[in-house]
Write a protein that binds this ligand. Structure first.
Ligand code: ADP
Length: 505
C-alpha cells in the first residue's frame, strides 16, 4: 500500500504542496507565491494561469526533492482560497481575464441592490449568507456583465465557472482533454447560489444574478470515495493519483484541527481570520451576523454544518504595516515593536480595508486609527494592530455564543499569525479564554489530506486521527475582568466611528 497522502493548498498569497505520513507528520513541502494584482482601489485579482503554473511547480518540486513518485501517494486532497472566481473557455482552457479574489469590493453595488429589494433575505434563508461582495455569485455576475462575449459563450456552454478548486481539478484531470468540471459542497456553499438543504444550485438564486446554470460545475461531497477524478500521467504527478478530497481552506482547517463534534471550534489567523464552529447535522441560522456554511460531507454521510465568523483583514494588517507604512521590515517584527510598550496607549486601529465582515457586514466602513495623541508611537500602532486581530475575534466569539449558546472552553488556533506569541497572549487576555496551538500548524493542508485519506481507507475513521493532534503551546488569560471590559468598550467605540464612511452613491 502507498505510504503517503498528498495535499495541494492553493491559498490567497501562495500555493503549497505537502505530503503527510500516516501519523500526520509532514514529509515534503514546496511553496510558491503568486502575484497580487490590484488594478484599482478595492480591486484584487489573480492570474489563474499563473496559479495553475505555480501548482504544477510546487507538486513537481516537492516530489523531486524527496524522491517520491505518484505510486507512493494513496490519494491527494485539494484545498483552496474560497470564493475567488474564474471563468474560462472549456475548449481552449483560456480564462476570460483574471480571477476576481474574495477580498475584491468592485461588486459593492450588486451586493447593496440585493438588500434593497428583498432578495437579500431569500439569499440569507436559502444560502445561509448575507449579501456581500465577499461571495462568488456577484463576482460571476460582474464578469458576465462586463467582459465581452462571456455571456454568449456561457449560454452556448463554452464558458464555464469555477472557484480555484474547480479550476485546478479541471487541469489536473486533463483540462481541454476531458478534465472534470466539479466542485465540493463547502466551496459551493460560498457562492450565494447553493441551497444549504438540497445541496444543489437553486434556480431562484441563479435568477437573482442572471447566471446560466450550464456554466456551473457539478457539486460533490468533500470526501469522495467515488473520487473527483484521477491525475494524468502527463501532468505534474507524472502518473495516476486519486483525487479523493476537496474542501475550502477554512473547512479544511476545521477538519485538520479535528473539530468533528458539535460545539468544537477553530480559529485560523492568516490574511484574514476565520472562526468555524461545528454545529453537527443541524443547520443553525445566525441572528448575530455569522454565516451558515457546510463544514464537510464525507461520502454518503449526512452533511455537517458550521457557523462561521469571517474577518477580512488580520494578518494582512501586519503586511500593511510592513509594505505600506514601512514601520516594520517583516511580519515577525510586529511582535518586538509592539512589545516596546506595555499597553496600546489609548490607540485603536480598525483595519476595515474591505469594509467590515462578520459580525457587522458593513461594506461602507473603511479603516481608521483612533485615539492618537502626541504621545503615540509606532510601537502603539503595532500593538493596536495585534489587538485589532484579537478584538475582531472577540466580536465573532460573542456572536457565536449568542447564536449557538456554546461557551468556548478553549480556542484552538492555527495559521501564520499564531507564530506571534504576544498576539496569542493578547488573544487569551482579550477573550478571557485559553488559546491552544497544535504541533502541526499546517492544519489546512492536513485537513485536505485527511479528507482524501479517509475516502480511500488510508485512515479508517476520524477516531483514528485523534492521536495525531497534540498541543504545542497554550496561553492563559492574564488581564483582570475590568481591563478586559474597558479595552473592549474602547474597541467597540472605535468600530462605531468607521461605519458609514463611504457614501452609498
Ligand atoms: P494565508 O494562508 O492566508 O496566505 P498564512 O497562514 O500563511 O496566510 O499567514 C500569513 C499571514 O500571517 C500574513 O498576512 C502575515 O502578515 C501574517 N504573519 C506571519 N507571521 C506573523 C507574525 N510573526 N506576526 C504577525 N503576523 C504574522
Amino acid at each position: 500500500m502507498s505510504s503517503y497522502i498528498g495535499a495541494i493548498d492553493q491559498g490567497t498569497t501562495s500555493t503549497r504542496f505537502m505530503v503527510f505520513d500516516h501519523d500526520g507528520n509532514e514529509v515534503a513541502r514546496h511553496q510558491l507565491e503568486h502575484e497580487q494584482i490590484m488594478p484599482r482601489p478595492g480591486w484584487v485579482e489573480h492570474n489563474p494561469t499563473e496559479v495553475w503554473e505555480r501548482t504544477r511547480a510546487v507538486i513537481e518540486s516537492a516530489l523531486t526533492k524527496t524522491g517520491l513518485r505518484a505510486a507512493d501517494l494513496a490519494a491527494v486532497g485539494l484545498t483552496n482560497q474560497r470564493e475567488t472566481t474564474v471563468v474560462w473557455n472549456r475548449h481552449t482552457g483560456r480564462p476570460y481575464g483574471n480571477a476576481i479574489v474574495w477580498q475584491d469590493t468592485r461588486t459593492d453595488r450588486i451586493a447593496a441592490a440585493l438588500d434593497a429589494d428583498g432578495r437579500g433575505d431569500i439569499i440569507r434563508r436559502k444560502a445561509g449568507l448575507p449579501p456581500a461582495t465577499y461571495f462568488a455569485a456577484g463576482k460571476l455576475q460582474w464578469i458576465l456583465d462586463n467582459v465581452d462575449g462571456v455571456r454568449a459563450a456561457a449560454e452556448a456552454g463554452d464558458a464555464v465557472f469555477g472557484t480555484m478548486d474547480t479550476w485546478l481539478l479541471w487541469h489536473l484531470t486533463g483540462g481541454v482533454d476531458g478534465g472534470v468540471h466539479v466542485t465540493d459542497v463547502t466551496n459551493a456553499s460560498r457562492t450565494m447560489l447553493m441551497d444549504l438543504e438540497t445541496l444543489d444550485w437553486d434556480d431562484e438564486l441563479l435568477s437573482f444574478f442572471d447566471i446560466p446554470r450550464l456554466m456551473l460545475p457539478r457539486i460533490r461531497p468533500s470526501g469522495n470515495p467515488a473520487l473527483y477524478g484521477v491525475t494524468r500521467a502527463d501532468g505534474p504527478f507524472q502518473g495516476e493519483v486519486k483525487l479523493a478530497g476537496v474542501l475550502g481552506d477554512q473547512q479544511a482547517a476545521t477538519v485538520g484541527q479535528l473539530c468533528f463534534r458539535p460545539g468544537e471550534a477553530k480559529n485560523t489567523y492568516g490574511t484574514g481570520n476565520f472562526l468555524l464552529l461545528n454545529t453537527g447535522h443541524e443547520l443553525v441560522r445566525s441572528e448575530h451576523g455569522l454565516l451558515t456554511t457546510l463544514a464537510y460531507q464525507f461520502g454518503d454521510a449526512k452533511p455537517v454544518y458550521a457557523l462561521e465568523g469571517s474577518i477580512a483583514v488580520t494578518g494582512s494588517a501586519v503586511q500593511w504595516l510592513r509594505d505600506q507604512l514601512g514601520i516594520i521590515s517583516g511580519a515577525a517584527q510586529s511582535e518586538s515593536l509592539a512589545a516596546q510598550v506595555s499597553d496600546n496607549g489609548g490607540v485603536y486601529f480598525v483595519p476595515a480595508f474591505s469594509g467590515l465582515f462578520a459580525p457587522y457586514w458593513r461594506s461602507d466602513a473603511r479603516g481608521a486609527l483612533l485615539g492618537l495623541s502626541r504621545y503615540s508611537t509606532n510601537a502603539h500602532v503595532a500593538r493596536a494592530t495585534l489587538e485589532a486581530i484579537c478584538y475582531q475575534t472577540r466580536d465573532v466569539v460573542e456572536a457565536m455564543t449568542a447564536d449557538s449558546g456554546v461557551e468556548l472552553g478553549v480556542l484552538r488556533v492555527d495559521g501564520g499569525v499564531t507564530g506571534n506569541k504576544l498576539c496569542m497572549q493578547l488573544q487569551a487576555d482579550i477573550l478571557g479564554v485559553p488559546v491552544s496551538r497544535p504541533v502541526v500548524a499546517e492544519t489546512t493542508a492536513l485537513g485536505a489530506a485527511y479528507a482524501a485519506g479517509l475516502s480511500v481507507g488510508f485512515w479508517n475513521s476520524t477516531d483514528e486521527l485523534e492521536r495525531n493532534w497534540q498541543e504545542d503551546q497554550r496561553w492563559e488569560p492574564g488581564w483582570t475582568d475590568e481591563q478586559r471590559a474597558t479595552g473592549y468598550a474602547g474597541w467597540q467605540k472605535a468600530v462605531s466611528r468607521t461605519v458609514g464612511w463611504i457614501d452609498a452613491n
